[in-house]
Design a protein around this ligand. Sequence first.
Ligand code: ADP
Ligand code: MG
Length: 322
Amino acid sequence: MSEFSLINQFCKDIGVKHNNTIIGVGDDAAVVDVPDNMQLATSVDTMVEGVHFFPNANPADLAHKLLAVNLSDMAAMGAQPKWATLALTLPEADLQWLGSFSKSLDSVAKRFGIQLVGGDTTHGPLTLSLNIMGLVPKNKAISRSGAQAGDAVYLSSCVGDAALALKFLQGEVELSDSQAAMVLPALHRPEPQVELGLGLLQLANACLDISDGLVADLAHIAKQSSVTIDVNVDSVPVSKVYQQYLASGGSLDLALCGGDDYQLAFTVSKELRQSVAKLASRLQLELVEIGQVVTQTGQLVALSQGDKTYQLASDSGYQHFG
Ligand code: ADP
Ligand code: MG
């Protein structure tokens, strides 16, 4: 199959069509209109076989995750995702693989209002790279650097399931079939919090998505905002399966330091707690307060449990820095 027919069959007409897409797939570059009062937010994430996913991973899962992790970056900025370009590096033209990848990409793209406007297709070890573009009101993007001492720190949902699922696949944690079925989607098909990101535009002082682990990611906010973040570990929400893992002797460290959760962590002035509660009920989300921003103490993130300091195990994967 030629590169052109492959692109035509699997990469054209993916997702929705936007009025402000002037030129899409088929030219040397895509051209899009950015409204006067908006700015372009753009980000790219790459997934490499053997590094970010297991060989023989399900192509529908891969397409979902590739788009979801990029959508999550838009969510973290408060941007409305609009366009994507896709760089596909394929070891071979496997039509069944491509069909399933393309169908899944199309369905997630449609669900989130994304149009695929271009890309690149090359031969080599399986590597998937997606560049996402979105619109955000002029100078209103939610950065990592706006957290203020006195803010409350919130988390959009449970953390730890993706890390638990990975440990299960690596044979390091035992789960029953039904437990595995409940945590594996967190790893393979994360649900980006795009609506929440948009709702936080007028509300949050700082925001990011949890991709490297809650503590490591909160440390990014702390460092870039020159503050310290206090977290009460008992208030960090975990799933039923994770609670069962805890009850059987598992540690909370996985939820605090494991990656791939794609929830949003954000800080909001305490006066706006009511507005956060309203947003939560409008979106039917549980937005959980897990701590607060305080004046810089020398530590980026301080963990406590009750009135004691919570100590991460040395092999928790969290690297102290700064
Ligand atoms: P060029 O050689 O000018 O860079 P290509 O031959 O690589 O163009 O691509 C032809 C057209 O197909 C371009 O519009 C490009 O954006 C699009 N395209 C190529 N690969 C993909 C892909 N994997 N997904 C979406 N569009 C693609
Ligand atoms: Mg060209």
